[in-house]
Design a protein around this ligand. Structure first.
Ligand code: SF4
Ligand code: SF4
Length: 174
């Protein structure tokens, strides 16, 4: 079974991924899971945001085109709210990379990470909606907008299900 490259821990500079952009042939395979691994093509859509928006920019190939255009001299794209939406709605799930890396050796998801780093270093912040998450991380050490002490609150509603306390007894599922 062929598997693509994992999301890199050490993301290379965007300029290096830019060179790969010219090897993207717009085949569209990054939009789907390898057909050998799904029972029917109707299950093959693999890009959450691309499937939602159905526009080229939201797929793996779009990542390369945006990277190429932003690093052109002079840049061929203006950084506006629409572009930020396209860039920050990627879940960086790596599905596009899993397919593309096996057939073309490219890394669209890693390129997305480099793209974000490139913009943040230029002082371009993410969405206004992210501001609450940033505050939550500063205040609570997590992005869930509530303190750690309330983390298990949801479980209190499950009165009919016996839930073991893993800190006190051995459990099979954590
Ligand atoms: S990113 Fe890869 S799979 Fe997607 S269109 Fe380009 S070459 Fe094809
Ligand atoms: S990493 Fe982004 S572009 Fe690639 S499949 Fe996931 S959501 Fe789509």
């Amino acid at each position: 079974m062929a598997t693509g490259a994992k999301i890199a821990r050490n993301i290379r500079p965007l300029s290096e991924y830019r060179n790969e952009a010219h090897r993207c042939i717009r085949c569209g395979m990054c939009r789907m899971t390898n057909p050998d691994f799904v029972a029917s093509h109707k299950y093959s859509d693999n890009c959450p945001r691309g499937t939602r928006h159905m526009f080229e920019s939201f797929f793996g190939s779009g990542i390369y085109e945006i990277a190429r255009a932003l690093t052109a001299d002079p840049p061929e794209l203006e950084v506006n709210d629409r572009l930020k939406q396209i860039i920050w709605t990627c879940t960086v799930c790596g599905n596009c990379q899993d397919t593309c890396n096996a057939i073309k050796g490219l890394e669209p998801a890693n390129t997305m990470m480099a793209l974000r780093e490139f913009l943040v270093r230029k002082g371009v912040s993410p969405f206004k909606e992210h501001e609450g998450l940033v505050k939550s991380i500063i205040n609570y050490d997590n992005p869930w907008l509530s303190p750690r002490a309330t983390r298990g609150k949801w479980a209190r509603k499950l009165k009919d299900i016996e839930i073991k306390d893993a800190s006190k007894e051995k459990v099979e599922v954590l």
